[in-house]
Design a protein around this ligand. Structure first.
Ligand code: MG
Length: 417
């Protein structure tokens, strides 16, 4: 017999244990002690998301049946009439994930069991390496190889523009500050880097490279073709979401596997790419599309068209969402690889700088565990993650306006970040 359990209250917990704003939503129910956690992290807009949840979604959802996940998702999605905004989708995701967590606890099953059961025991992940020189990058690759990692995203100097925020001497006089990108130099260096890596390390490692939408479609195609001999696992976000119609042109000329989607928040953005076989991997950001409810549908749709999943897994995502990614990966036959930005062990650069890492583990418990290149879920009911609210309160979020998105081309005009 179905238990009638309703939403009693909704709380928002903002915390930045490692300097990145994280937003966790706690949905409390009519049953004592039964609650769920969700992730609504939009690191650069956390106060807007918090307001959206507390002022608009909470009054809408109090008293609703926790088991009606589809009904509740649609209710939230269409409530504001205008749909699919980033703030809105993240806010909805916070509640959606919490409802899946509650459903798992009620069923006494991990979420991957609710999704049809695990088709694999653990999830292969890709980690990030980034260095100023080939030597530095080879060191990092070998470090991760020693940890059993088989997939690595390799960058040199971030996404091609470095980290210096000052206008270079080559910019016009009076040019504004920002991260300046010389796209031709970036392409040349990236091709040379993979050439050296394959020469030094052979072809065993699966390498990924993230273009991060920063160059023109023609430049992206030039890069993709030049990288073909190095057999990348995939090229990530080669085109901006506004220019994905160019993928047809790209596909006709280049064999490099393509992964796209971390900025998507509207079904119109992924549907055509999947059904027309224009990408090999769909990699949406789970909270940015509205949570597990839409993400599992994307996974199923992609599977029907031979497209694999590679969900976005950055540092600006709470452990609750990382766990949700892992549950979905475990239950998806068409899973490809999971981005894992390094909850544990500490990422190489931080370890080298000898900075304190690990505050995340003081705030959150039950994180999926990294071991020998794979991430394992815990088998607790629901998503399996808990938060220590007293610890979380020690790490307040910052409302500073971010600046890294001010990327500029050589003439000083803004280009996409
Ligand atoms: Mg990326």
């Amino acid at each position: 017999m179905t238990r009638k359990v309703t939403i009693r209250d909704i709380e928002v917990i903002n915390t930045a244990p490692e300097g990145i704003n994280l937003t966790v939503v706690k949905v409390l129910t009519s049953e004592d002690g039964l609650y769920g956690l969700g992730c609504a992290t939009f690191a650069y807009r956390h106060e807007a998301v918090t307001t959206y949840i507390l002022k608009y979604l909470k009054p809408l959802m109090i008293g609703r049946d926790v088991s009606a996940i589809e009904e509740n998702w649609a209710l939230m999605h269409q409530n504001a009439y205008w749909r699919n905004g980033g703030v809105e989708n993240n806010a909805i995701s916070g509640i959606d994930l919490a409802l899946w967590d509650i459903k798992g606890k009620m069923a006494d099953m991990p979420v991957y069991d609710l999704l049809g059961g695990a088709v694999r025991k653990a999830v292969p992940v890709y980690r990030h390496v980034d260095g100023a020189s080939v030597e530095e990058i080879v060191d990092q690759v070998q470090y991760y190889q020693s940890l059993g990692v088989r997939h690595l995203r390799v960058q040199s100097g971030g996404y091609g523009g470095g980290l210096d925020m000052r206008a270079p001497a080559s910019a016009p006089r009076g040019a504004l500050d920002g991260i300046y990108l010389n796209s031709r130099e970036y392409i040349r260096k990236t091709v040379a880097l993979f050439d050296k890596l394959r020469e030094r390390l052979g072809f065993e490692m699966d390498f990924v490279h993230d273009v991060h939408e920063r160059i023109t479609p023609a430049e992206a195609l030039t890069l993709g073709k030049a990288l073909e001999p190095y057999q990348l696992f995939f090229l990530e976000d080669a085109l901006p979401l506004d220019q994905t119609a160019w993928f047809q042109h790209f596909r006709n000329q280049c064999a490099i596997p393509l992964a796209e989607g971390e900025l998507f928040n509207n079904p119109a953005e992924w549907r055509q790419l999947i059904v027309n076989h224009l990408i090999d991997f769909i990699r949406v950001h789970l909270t940015q599309v509205g949570g597990l409810t839409p993400a599992r549908k994307i996974a199923i749709l992609a599977g029907e068209f031979g497209v694999r999943t590679a969900w976005h897994g950055p540092g600006d995502m709470s452990p609750v969402a990382h766990a949700a990614n892992i549950h979905l990966d475990l239950a998806s036959p068409n899973f490809g690889v999971q981005e894992w930005s390094g909850i544990e062990p500490p990422n190489f650069v931080i370890q080298k700088l000898n900075e304190k890492k690990g505050a995340l583990l003081e705030v959150f418990d039950g994180l999926p565990e990294f071991k020998d290149g794979y991430v394992y879920p815990n088998d607790r009911p629901g998503l399996g993650v808990t938060i220590n609210e007293k610890e979380a309160a020690k790490y307040p979020c910052s409302a500073d306006v971010t600046t890294w998105t001010q990327t500029r081309g050589r003439d000083g005009a803004l280009v996409l970040p």
